[in-house]
Design a protein around this ligand. Structure first.
Ligand SMILES: Cc1ncc(COP(=O)(O)O)c(C=O)c1O
Length: 393
């Protein structure tokens, strides 16, 4: 038999998720007995609320253990459609909703369904690290559009337009943003909508998975409600992982036009079939209580984000424009501290502190710090961070 490479060209370029790798590394170092402090978490530090677990246990007993519809449990789809219509003010029907194995699979299915080889996808940077990889896997081309930590990562719409070519198919918006925590303003959304009206072949992916994790005085608005005329060109991704502390449950959803949903359903029916049947019954009771059922978590993330922001701004060498969303901060390193990857390696090796280097999110001058840990762990992490900076200076 001839020697041949078994890995497809598509898979050859695929990189594993750096955030998951760093969390796993921190865990395994801890297991080895090393004194490790991790502020790298990309997930809530809460347990899934009891009423969701109870509804899921009941579903198991009630026999929700068989194959279900590939598009998802119809009661859950209906409830999500109602949430869009009533909370987000985006009129939505069950036919517009696909239930997926997490928000990540919603994006994966969508990109496999709408992108052709060579299509260009504009991704404002810093970005959630899976967007470029999922884009490349669909044989499309991710085009990062840089923004600056100095002004708090405002999207420069004129700059965005300069990157538009005949091949541009999609622009990705993520608000509130992972890793920056930034929430897009209505003005920015209106500007982007105006741009879209000029280019009728371009669509938007709006990733709103952190929509409820925002400060009391901030407000999340979807581009689809700012520009209802563009609704057929806006794809919204969301899920239960972050809002409901359900990262391991793997339930997310996609809102799109019925024709796109139908193709995504076909793809899902030929790949993962349906999302776990009984888990969807847990998600159903969660969505019926959104957002009132998660207020206690939101309040606590807000307190911790504010505290972390204040402490970071007292550390010489770090610069941070305060943001109002998600549970991360993304400060800029002074240039004498070096690039993010080397800096984070040093932190882990010398101080036992795990953070995520900004390079993973397209900005090598920043580091991502999570506040989804106790204040005690935040303090421990910041002491180690200060110690590393003192040694360099
Ligand atoms: C911005 C963003 N979108 C989507 C996801 C995917 O979430 P999940 O697949 O766990 O639902 C994440 C997870 O970290 C995220 O940060």
């Amino acid at each position: 038999m001839k020697n041949y490479d078994v890995i497809s060209k598509r898979a050859l370029g695929l990189k594993p998720s750096l955030t998951l790798e760093i969390s796993a590394l921190a865990q395994s170092l801890k297991k080895e007995g090393k004194n490790i402090c991790s502020l790298s978490a990309g997930e809530p530090d809460y347990d899934t609320p009891d009423f969701i677990i109870e509804a899921t246990q009941k579903a198991l007993k009630d026999g929700f253990t068989r194959y279900g519809p590939a598009a998802g449990d119809s009661e859950l789809r209906e409830a999500i459609a109602n949430k869009f219509s009533n909370i987000n003010k985006i009129p939505t029907r069950l036919e517009n909703i696909l239930i997926t194995n997490g928000g990540k699979q919603a994006i994966f299915n969508l990109f496999q369904t709408i992108l052709n080889p060579g299509d260009e996808v504009l991704i404002p940077s810093p970005y959630w690290l899976s967007y470029p990889e999922i884009t490349r896997f669909a044989e499309a081309i991710p085009i990062p559009i840089e923004s600056s930590p100095v002004n708090g990562f405002i999207i420069d719409i004129e700059k965005l337009e300069k990157y538009i070519t005949k091949k541009t198919k999609l622009i990705i918006l993520n608000s509130p943003c992972n890793p920056t925590g930034r929430i897009l303003t209505i003005r920015e959304l209106e500007g982007i909508a105006k741009l879209l009206r000029k280019y009728p072949n371009i669509s938007i992916l709006s990733d709103e998975i952190y929509e409820f994790l925002i400060s009391e005085d901030a407000c999340h608005v979807s581009i689809a409600s700012v520009a209802p005329d563009l609704i057929d060109r806006v794809y919204i991704v969301n899920g239960f992982a972050k809002s409901w502390a359900m990262t391991g449950w793997r339930v997310g959803y996609l809102r799109a036009s019925n024709s796109v949903i139908k193709k995504c359903v076909a793809l899902q029916s030929q790949s993962t079939s349906n999302v776990c049947s009984f888990v969807q019954r847990g998600a159903l009771v969660a969505i019926q209580k959104e957002p009132s059922g998660i207020k206690y978590m939101i309040k606590s993330y807000n307190q911790r984000r504010k505290y972390l922001t204040k402490c970071i701004n007292n550390i010489e060498g770090l610069n941070l424009v305060p943001q109002d969303g998600a549970f991360y901060v993304f400060p800029k390193l002074d240039s004498n501290l070096g690039a993010s990857l080397n800096f984070c390696k040093k932190l882990l090796e010398e101080e036992g502190l795990a953070l995520v280097p900004g390079i993973a999110f397209g900005d090598d001058s920043c580091i991502r710090i999570s506040c989804s840990v106790s204040e005690e762990i935040i303090n421990d992490g910041l002491t180690r961070l200060q110690s590393a900076i003192d040694k360099i200076n």
